[in-house]
Design a protein around this ligand. Structure first.
Ligand SMILES: [Zn+2]
Length: 113
């Protein structure tokens, strides 16, 4: 009975984690799967594979979600890219709009939008 409750919890957390496609949710999914695997091994050694897997999945899902969430935030403040007149992608991170940037590939300058 108690074992089934944990298994259900694990399944629910995996279902929740796989229901979306943001990095937070991808992180949660990966964390739940990895946590479930690790938990199953630990649980098996201590005689309760199902509970171990479920606890691992829940814990892994939470940790994975946190990791995915911080990845997402990193991307938001990450590189700003603009194309030069010749169509190369140039990193314009930190340049204010209206400033001149040089394309490292063809050495042309262009204005950041
Ligand atoms: Zn260029």
């Amino acid at each position: 009975m108690k074992k089934n409750t944990w298994v259900m919890l694990g399944l629910v957390s995996i279902a929740l984690a796989t229901s979306g496609c943001t990095q937070t949710e991808e992180g949660a999914t990966g964390g739940a799967l990895a946590g479930g695997a690790v938990g199953a091994i630990i649980g098996h050694q201590s005689g309760n594979t199902g509970a171990g897997a479920a606890i691992g999945a829940v814990g892994g899902g939470v940790i994975g979600g946190l990791i995915g969430n911080s990845e997402e935030r990193k991307n938001e403040s990450a590189h700003r890219v603009q194309q030069c007149p010749q169509g190369h992608d140039v990193d314009v991170t930190g340049y204010a709009s209206g400033s001149q940037v040089r394309c490292p590939i063809d050495n042309s300058t262009f204005t950041v939008q």
